[in-house]
Write a protein that binds this ligand. Sequence first.
Ligand code: FES
Length: 98
Amino acid sequence: MGHDSSTHAEGREVPHQDGAARDARRCDLVIDRCTCFDLRFSDLKKKVEERPATMDQIARRYGCGSCCGICRPYIERMLETGETVFHEILTERDAGTR
Ligand code: FES
């Protein structure tokens, strides 16, 4: 084949720009902030500890979750568990599942 890629046990082929084969399960994904408002979840958690808020109140007060909304399931998970760094993709379907 004419492209850089590898096939792993599960048969998932993951091409990588620098030619190094990467396993999607082992990628170094780090999601730690609302990118639209450049606010880390750890900083948001401190704000919520000082002044408790629901997801909708967070969106109104700090903007997070009110633009693209991609951060909403992470913030909801943060409110549930206290986690502020994530290594997996969460969607609205994941909100409230823990
Ligand atoms: S990433 Fe938080 S609103 Fe877009």
